[in-house]
Design a binder for this molecule. Structure first.
Ligand code: ADP
Length: 294
């Protein structure tokens, strides 16, 4: 199941990491991911998580994911799986990491998660953006550095996805005009905030609950941005308990009316979903736009 050309390299990494010369003794396919093949594998009595894809499909995806995971882990705010290694052959590339055995949320799980995300968001930078590009799901995400959130949001979050949606004929000239109307209003709609380190793709498929009932973040699309982007993303498909928001707000209060800005922030992930899936997301996007520009 694991591509044969990757096996030697993966086992070398595992030998280096564990200090034992052994072989992968079992693998179990992991569902839930939408982009890569994923397995839990056992090596020298320990479980590891491996994902892989064709080398040419998403160039630099795993390198960017490692940088993102490491950036998040360095803050010490929230648990992030340890990266063990990456590699490729001529046809495939892989990412090998610590396997997180999963448990069930206890009564404090959501509060803990809220506090820990608030702590992550207190990591700031001089600029919005990041020093390297990465991916949002399977689509490229540009991260130039910018001193102004509204400009960054327009130029590096909305515009590239909007152009793609128009190229794919999901959106039309009228939609572009609506977005341009919205752009002029943005500085009045979104209050200023310092750049915060964001997970960047915080929906319920991108965190795990460890067996100790600790939140663990996976699959990030990190950048320094407006923290309401992460909060809003948790609401796009739901699945986050009210305690999460109470705890976050207690630790790092959000500006007044943050809930009224959720749809505005989610224009970015909605555009991403338009580009990935089209269909009903186009209508959802237009309804949100209309609500802000009339
Ligand atoms: P993709 O890059 O294809 O979206 P994910 O990183 O989301 O893949 O991983 C697929 C699934 O595997 C996740 O939904 C999650 O359930 C599980 N998973 C991801 N990382 C780990 C890990 N480090 N330990 C255990 N399970 C994991």
């Amino acid at each position: 199941m694991i591509p044969a050309g990757l096996l030697v390299s993966i086992e070398q990494q595992l030998e280096l990491f564990t200090g034992y010369k052994s072989n992968i003794s079992s693998t179990q396919s992991q569902g839930g991911g939408s982009i890569n093949h994923a397995v839990r594998l056992e090596y020298a009595g320990t479980d590891f998580f491996l994902k892989w894809n064709s080398s040419y499909k998403f160039p630099g995806m795993f390198e960017a994911e490692i940088l993102g995971l490491n950036l998040l882990r360095k803050t010490g705010s929230i648990q992030i799986p340890k990266v063990i290694g990456q590699g490729d052959d001529t046809r495939h590339c892989y990412l090998l990491m610590e396997y997180i055995p999963q448990g069930h949320p206890d009564t404090r799980f959501w509060k803990r998660f809220g506090y820990q995300l608030a702590s992550l968001h207190q990591n700031t930078a001089a600029f919005f953006g990041l020093d390297h590009d990465n991916y949002i799901g399977s689509l490229p995400q540009q991260n130039n550095e910018s001193s102004n959130w509204h400009e960054f949001f327009i130029q590096f979050r909305i515009q590239p996805q909007l152009s793609m949606a128009v190229d794919k004929a999901y959106l039309h000239k009228n939609d572009i005009q609506s977005f341009h109307k919205l752009f002029t209003k943005l500085p009045h709609l979104i209050p200023a905030e310092a750049p915060c380190l964001l997970h960047g793709d915080l929906w319920s498929g991108n965190f795990l609950c460890s067996y100790k009932a600790l939140p663990v973040l996976i699959d990030p699309a990190v950048y320094y941005g407006h923290r309401e982007m992460d909060i809003a993303m948790t609401r796009l498909f739901g699945g986050f308990h009210p305690d999460f928001y109470y705890a976050y707000h207690e630790a790092f209060p959000l500006e007044n009316d943050w809930e009224k800005r959720i749809d505005l922030c989610n224009l970015y992930p909605l555009l991403v979903h338009v580009n990935l899936f089209g269909g009903g997301y186009v209508q959802q996007l237009r309804s949100v736009l209309q609500a802000f520009v009339g």
